[in-house]
Design a protein around this ligand. Structure first.
Ligand code: ADP
Length: 322
């Protein structure tokens, strides 16, 4: 199949996470490097499941940027779409999950290299070859990356790609909640497939607890599939013909980082393997089978620390779900 490429667009960065869990950033005795960034995680999730993945984005021409590019390469992700900015540094974040369940973030982005990708620098060939073009919304926040993001979406759409969107809300990166909502909704209507978490659904609709009515209120005419991930409760799906939920797998969870990206990577890989989204959506049972696989992929990712090291291969997923 010549058209089997999944292109993931956006940020890749290094998270510094405390060496012990449950502490605030100020209390951390030390940090370890955890490479991430949702679009890059999705690319690696796809490649690890045996799919053909490429990443498009910009890194700093520094030790961290080279390390990240090597991680993608080592994981068989096509890196032709990566640029190195000579002036700016690779994005960094300090992130912790406190004992009360709240996340605390501190970002180095003033500006980081990923924010400086320009329209003129886009690898047009790669984007035009995408069967699926996947993106988040952090690359929408500031120029010039915002224009590059919008142009890349347009190019991919013109070339016939399926557009896949995971808003991946990191609220502290926006100057206000209103602005975050406005930017997320500004590209909402272009996507064919959207995955949100239950928290994002609550944020976007103002509902107290994620529910069908809230999800359906976000439906738009060109949307083919809307997914709401519910952590240890599995996921819900919405299509123009049917909606329902798929149960999770019970695993020994140690760190949920990257579960959503693993879920998306699994879904996109299955769409490509099965030939088209239309094929998967023809029959609810087929869609449920695909989402069972995606739930399994998400579940396994929670059984190990970090995102990238925890992403499973196909054999591991099949072993859990069969
Ligand atoms: P997001 O990053 O989108 O918030 P979630 O944490 O909801 O992602 O996880 C994505 C998927 O991974 C879920 O839909 C679920 O199938 C699986 N998953 C996440 N956390 C757990 C868990 N604790 N136990 C089992 N499966 C999980």
């Amino acid at each position: 199949n010549s058209r089997d490429l999944i292109v993931s667009f956006g940020e890749m960065l290094i998270d510094f996470v405390p060496t012990v869990s449950g502490v605030s950033l100020a209390e951390a005795p030390g940090f370890v490097k955890a490479p991430g960034g949702a679009p890059a995680n999705v690319a690696i999730a796809v490649a690890r499941l045996g799919g053909k993945a490429a990443f498009v984005g910009k890194l700093g021409d520094d030790e961290f940027g080279r390390m990240l590019a090597n991680i993608l390469k080592d994981n068989d992700v096509i890196t032709d779409g990566i640029l190195f900015d000579e002036g700016a540094r690779t994005a960094l974040a300090f992130v912790t999950l406190k004992s009360n369940g709240d996340r605390e973030f501190m970002f180095y982005r003033n500006p980081s290299a990923d924010m400086l990708l320009t329209e003129a620098e886009l690898n047009l060939d790669l984007i035009r070859k995408a069967k699926i073009f996947h993106y988040g919304s952090i690359s929408l926040i500031t120029e010039p990356c915002r224009s590059a993001h919008l142009k890349a979406m347009e190019l991919a759409k013109e070339a016939g790609a399926l557009l896949s969107y995971d808003p991946n809300l990191r609220l502290p990166l926006w100057s206000s909640a209103e602005e975050a909502k406005e930017q997320i909704m500004s590209i909402w209507g272009s996507a064919d497939v959207i995955k949100v978490s239950d928290n994002e659904l609550e944020f976007l609709t103002g509902c107290e607890v994620a529910n069908d009515e809230a999800a359906l209120s976000l439906w738009h005419p060109r949307l083919k599939l809307l997914l709401v991930t519910l952590g240890e409760k599995g996921c819900s799906y919405y299509t123009k013909d049917f909606h329902g939920s798929v149960d999770p797998f019970v695993v020994k969870t140690v760190d949920t980082t990257g579960a959503g990206d693993a879920f998306v990577g699994a879904l996109l890989t299955k769409i490509v393997n099965d030939g088209s989204i239309e094929y998967i959506l023809k029959d609810e049972a087929k869609l449920r089978e695909v989402l069972k696989f995606a739930n399994g992929c998400g579940a396994i990712t929670t059984t190990k620390k970090g995102a990238i090291p925890a992403l499973p291969n196909e054999t591991e997923v099949l072993k859990l779900i069969q």
